[in-house]
Every structure is written in structure tokens, then in C-alpha cells.
Design a protein around this ligand. Structure first.
Ligand code: ADP
Length: 335
């Protein structure tokens, strides 16, 4: 193998740059040429690529976002679109491709590798942490710390005003961000798709808390298809309990910012390992980290299998299924 490419795809996540940097440095150390493909699969189809050297990746380890740009490409979902991408790879002589993205990107990557001879290796980069085959995805640690900082600030004002707050965090059908930031922030309640709770149950639990003398509370809500559902939940809780509340939607601020040390280290480790995997002929895998050990998961398992939320089993986080479920109301999809 002489020439490889690297792209970032899907939602951006802090640590993607650290990962690009590590892959470039590992490639150059192994005398490989490496091309940065800009704007994800959309750029691959257009042949928008630049050669990367050490200078190109200097001073980016601390930057959020991605210097390569990222995009979602409808065209790549079609066989014709992928054929154009394959032509570009063949014209450039790229024999191995590193994809940094989520399970959607890996679906596309699997099809690409089936339809041409290029070796494809995935690296999990998404703030949502919803990739099977790795304990943590690049960007998750930064996102939960950003959410935690917001929860801590809201705690101050919730306490000062004796008030109930709903804090809506990202998660795309999973409660990973909600649960970890909420546990760290001492949240009173969680609304996550994995453990449904009815409005009645939530209202009852809050009322009990307040009866016991609590004067403020924070409910962390995992965002559903559309951000903003928390406003309706807050209104329904008010109708049942009379509790006035405030809603805070954290939204895209959870995506940006300098990656944490943990994300930078994970990104560096996975980025360097991906290059070695290509050199060793281990295409078709996602490189992850489970129990701090590097793992190789077949790309198609990353979306066919569902990541077990092991910490969802923590005592105290299983609830009975009663009444009307948020899961249905918010149309969360399993998986
Ligand atoms: P993520 O990688 O963060 O999960 P998306 O789900 O948006 O993000 O996927 C990123 C890109 O991967 C899409 O814009 C599309 O180009 C490609 N992709 C996703 N799913 C498929 C699929 N089933 N077939 C082909 N390409 C896909």
C-alpha cells in the first residue's frame, strides 16, 4: 500500500482533528502518501482532495470541528454516486481509506468496500456514543463535559430560585449523553429512550421529592427527532402538578469546542491504529476501544448490532413501564 485517503463524515465531533493528525503522522512515518478528502463522501464524489503533510496537521490537536470539513451526501447513498466516488479513488490511486464518522458513514463505507477493491477502515467519531464495538466514541467525552458545565450553571440558578428545570441534551435516539452528564451533574430525573417513563410517573416522582422538602430539581432529557420536545413535557408536568419550570435546550453548543484530554488521546490512538490496520491488510473493520484495549469490529456489525448501555443497568436506573411512554410520544427508534 502506497497511498491512502482520510475523510470525516456525518456530524462533526471534537477530537476529529486529533484523529486526522495522528493518522497523517502514522502514515508519513510508514512512508505512505495520505490525502485528505474534504466534505466527506460529497467531496469524495467530486474528487475534492488535498495531500496532507506534517505541516498541514500542525496545531490542530486542540481544535474542535474538522479541518477536512464534513457533510451528508444523498448522492453517495445511490450506487451511481458511489461509482463516481470509486472512479475518483481509482484515478488517484488510493488503495486504503480511513473514515471518521458514525454508523451511517460506516454503512456507506461497507457498500463502498464491497463495490471496489479499496480497503476501508472506520474510526468512531460522534458525540452521541452510539457506535457498537467501542466503549467511547471520539467527541463523547467532550460533549458530556460541555453538557455538565451547563447543568452545573443551571443548578446554581435552580437553587437560587427554588425552581424545576428541564435540560435537553443531544443523543440521537440514545441516552448516553443524558445519562453520563446527568449522573455527573446530580440530576434528579432522566428522560431517556432506553428507560421509558410516563408523564404521570415523572410528575409523581417530582411531587414526592418536593414533599420531602426539595425546592429545586433538574430533569435531563435526551433530545428526540426534533429538539424542543422538553417544552411540551414541561407544560404537561405543570398541568399535572402545578410546578412552574424553565426549559434549557443545549443544542449545538455540545458539538464544538476544544476536545478533552481523553478525547485527544482516544483519537490519537485510534487514528494511528487505523493506519496500521490498513498496512496489515485489515480492511473492513472499525477500530474501537473496549476496556482500554484496541478492538476490531466488522464494519457491518457497527450498525446491525446495538450497543449495550452497560451503565444503564446501574442500580436505580431501571423503572417499571407504566402509563404512556415518552419513548412512543417522542418516536424514539430502538437502535
Ligand atoms: P453518521 O456517520 O454520523 O451516522 P449519517 O447517518 O448522516 O452520519 O451518515 C453520513 C453519510 O453516510 C450520509 O450522508 C451518507 O452519505 C452515508 N450513508 C449513510 N447511510 C448510508 C447508507 N445506508 N448507504 C450509503 N451511504 C450511507
Amino acid at each position: 500500500m502506497k497511498k491512502i485517503g482520510i475523510l470525516t463524515s456525518g456530524g462533526d465531533a471534537p477530537g476529529m482533528n486529533a484523529c486526522v493528525r495522528a493518522s497523517v503522522r502514522a502514515a508519513l512515518a510508514n512512508h505512505l502518501e495520505i490525502f485528505g478528502i474534504r466534505w466527506g463522501y460529497a467531496g469524495l464524489i467530486r474528487g475534492d482532495m488535498i495531500p496532507l503533510d506534517r505541516r498541514a496537521v500542525a496545531n490542530i490537536i486542540q481544535q474542535g470541528g474538522t479541518i477536512l470539513g464534513t457533510a451528508r451526501s444523498e448522492e453517495f447513498r445511490t450506487k451511481e454516486g458511489r461509482a463516481r466516488a470509486i472512479n475518483m479513488l481509482q484515478d488517484t490511486g488510493i488503495e486504503g481509506l480511513i473514515l471518521i464518522g458514525g454508523d451511517g458513514s460506516f454503512r456507506g463505507g461497507t457498500l463502498l468496500s464491497q463495490e471496489c477493491g479499496v480497503s476501508v477502515v472506520g474510526i468512531p467519531g460522534t458525540i452521541d456514543n452510539d457506535c457498537y464495538g467501542t466503549d467511547y466514541t471520539i467527541g463523547f467525552d467532550t460533549a458530556i463535559n460541555t453538557a455538565l458545565e451547563a447543568i452545573d450553571r443551571i443548578r446554581d440558578t435552580a437553587t437560587a430560585h427554588d425552581r424545576l428545570f428541564f435540560v435537553e441534551v443531544m443523543g440521537r435516539h440514545t441516552g448516553f449523553i443524558a445519562l453520563e452528564s446527568g449522573i455527573a451533574g446530580g440530576a434528579e430525573e432522566f428522560l431517556i429512550p432506553e428507560i421509558p417513563m410516563s408523564i404521570d410517573e415523572l410528575s409523581g416522582r417530582l411531587q414526592e421529592n418536593f414533599k420531602e422538602g426539595k425546592r429545586s430539581a433538574i430533569v435531563v432529557v435526551a433530545e428526540a427527532e426534533q429538539p424542543g420536545e422538553s417544552f411540551h413535557i414541561a407544560q404537561e408536568v405543570k398541568d399535572k402538578t402545578g410546578f412552574d419550570s424553565r426549559v434549557c435546550i443545549l443544542g449545538n453548543i455540545q458539538r464544538g469546542g476544544a476536545p478533552t484530554a481523553r478525547d485527544r488521546v482516544l483519537a490519537s490512538r485510534l487514528g494511528a491504529t487505523a493506519v496500521q490496520a490498513l498496512i496489515d491488510g485489515k480492511g473492513g473493520y472499525m477500530i474501537g476501544e473496549v476496556n482500554r484495549e484496541i478492538t476490531y469490529t466488522p464494519l457491518k456489525d457497527t450498525w446491525e448490532k446495538k450497543k449495550a448501555g452497560h451503565y444503564l443497568k446501574i442500580r436505580g436506573f431501571s423503572r417499571g413501564n407504566q402509563g404512556r411512554f415518552f419513548a412512543h410520544r417522542l418516536s424514539f427508534r430502538p437502535g
